[in-house]
Ligand binder design. Structure first.
Ligand code: NAD
Length: 479
């Protein structure tokens, strides 16, 4: 279906002030499936005015009322889950059941933050003298600007909209240019749920046309970004002049440590599903598999066999395990990384090519490299695609050193049958999220985020609202 998407500014659906649009492409067919407004600096300026007006209304809206509105947003998304899931699949290519999973996680998130809006507890601190009172209250930081990647278009932006609304902030969203439709559908749910005009604004278009205006404006008090490390660094630099609060959810290159006391077939089965979910375009995707030397050959054999048997196709077809990469840029980057590994003599146990039977679309076969040298580019740079590397280890200290050897620190995984080993390995990993015998890295009720260059700040859980609140200390002398 060919849709034309307007933007949401000040409660109104508007085209770009220049009237320009750009095409949105289905990555499985390379055909345009719609277009969206191409915002420019004038639209960004209008969104800033609207968001400031929205903030004045929303900060004075009580927590119980905010909570009810946020819960209605989640309910409306639930009613439209089929439409939103299809939009996600058409725009970025993931299989429809995975898109449904993303929508469910989004509903959970709004439900969670509906409750969090009513749990912004302040503090009363015992005074030094009896004639005084010391209070700490938490207040919304103000207008927030949010920028997100396309790999979980709805979930990533909702991780910013829901806590912002719970805290009493207004927000200007700039979803990834490749996948604005599904985020605009969430925007529609916000409006219909009763979010006042200007509290949620959505600008679509190219980042460099929009973000400089938002970053330069002193009334935008916070930015929150989900994307790559280089763009994250750029946005941090650009935020410095106006000293904005910053949350950074950046890339990862997750290690997986598989000890010798596991059912290796079961771990291989789980690993393949986790690795190739969303064609590996997941920040917490398991990538560097370090398997105990006693099990490494068997693991590699099982992993490669299962990778080869995955069915690729359009995400709307039933029975498809993996869709295309979301953009030509991503497919080309994966291809370059594979070629570089091959040129340096690394052997591929599966994939390492475009699928011969799919002539259109940005498809790439699930790819498995075995015994890759630790200094190979694929072991250092985030593949953000369907590439797994399998290496062997013999000593615990050595595998921990290798697992922690990168500047990334988002997630890490451990497979073991021993509680002591589970604790020891989890404690040793320098990451923000550890999965033990599981690849589930985030839920609405748990904090998600990285350490080192994977970023800072946490989304979800009881910590998720903190980044949207300023603490105010009130010291009172009783007359
Ligand atoms: P990217 O950094 O290139 O793009 C992310 C977003 O930033 C997009 O919306 C893009 O349009 C925008 N952007 C790009 N250049 C910009 C600029 N100069 N100014 C302002 N905005 C700009 O990343 P990508 O390749 O699209 O996405 C993949 C990256 O996102 C990976 O590194 C992945 O690990 C990361 N990611 C992190 C998380 C997390 O929660 N930690 C979640 C998903 C994705």
């Amino acid at each position: 279906m060919n849709r034309r998407h307007d933007m949401l500014i000040g409660g109104e659906w508007r085209p770009a002030s220049s009237r320009a649009n750009y095409d949105i492409v289905d990555p499985a067919t390379e055909e345009p499936i719609g277009s969206a407004a191409q915002a420019g600096a004038e639209d960004a300026a209008a969104a800033i005015v609207a968001a400031n007006a929205g903030f004045e209304i929303w900060r004075r809206t009580g927590p119980w009322e905010r909570s009810a509105v946020i819960r209605r947003i989640g309910a409306l998304i639930g009613e439209r889950r089929e439409e939103i899931a299809r939009l996600i699949t058409e725009e970025i290519g993931k299989p429809l059941d995975q898109a449904h999973g993303e929508v469910q996680m989004t509903i959970d998130l709004f439900d969670w933050f509906a409750d969090e809006a009513r749990r912004i507890y302040g503090q009363v601190i015992e005074p030094r003298g009896l004639g005084s009172r010391q209070h700490v209250v938490f207040e919304p930081v103000g207008v927030v600007a949010a920028f997100t990647a396309w790999n979980f278009p709805v979930l990533l932006m909702s991780r910013k909209i829901a806590p912002a609304l719970a805290a009493g902030c207004s927000i200007i969203c700039r979803p990834a240019e490749e996948a604005p439709g599904a985020v605009l559908a969430v925007g529609r749910c916000c409006v219909e749920a009763g979010v006042p005009a200007g509290v949620v604004n959505i600008l679509t278009g190219q980042p460099t046309d929009i973000t400089p205006a938002l970053l330069a404006d002193p009334s935008v008090r916070k930015i929150t970004f989900t994307g790559s490390v280089p763009v994250g660094k750029l946005l941090m630099r650009q935020s410095a002049d106006t000293v904005k609060r910053v949350t950074m959810e950046l890339g990862g290159h997750a290690p997986v440590i598989v000890h010798d006391d596991v059912d290796i077939e079961a771990v291989a089965r789980k690993s393949v599903l986790a690795k190739f979910r969303n064609a590996g375009q997941v920040c917490a995707s398991p990538t560097r598999f370090y398997v105990h030397e006693s099990k490494a050959d068997r693991f590699a054999e099982l992993f490669a066999e299962r990778a080869r048997s995955m069915r690729l196709g359009h995400g709307l077809e039933t029975g498809v395990d993996m869709g295309p990469l979301a953009t030509r840029r991503r497919r080309d980057a994966v291809e370059r990384m594979v070629e570089e590994a091959r040129d340096s003599g690394v052997k591929a146990a599966a994939g390492a090519a475009r699928p011969a039977h799919l002539k259109r679309g940005y498809f790439y076969e699930p790819t498995v490299f075995v015994d890759v040298p630790e200094d190979a580019a694929v072991m250092r740079d985030e593949p953000f695609g369907p590439i797994a590397t399998i290496s062997r280890f013999s000593s615990f200290d050595d595998v921990v050193r290798r697992a922690n050897g990168l500047e990334y620190g988002l997630s890490g995984y451990v497979f073991t049958g021993s509680l002591a080993r589970a604790h020891e390995t989890a404690a040793a990993l320098r990451v923000g999220v550890v999965g033990i015998n599981t690849f589930v890295a985030s839920n609405a009720e748990t904090p998600f985020g990285g350490v080192k260059q994977s970023g800072f700040g946490r989304e979800g859980g009881a910590l998720g609202i903190r980044d949207y609140l300023d603490a105010k200390f009130i010291n009172m002398e009783l007359a």
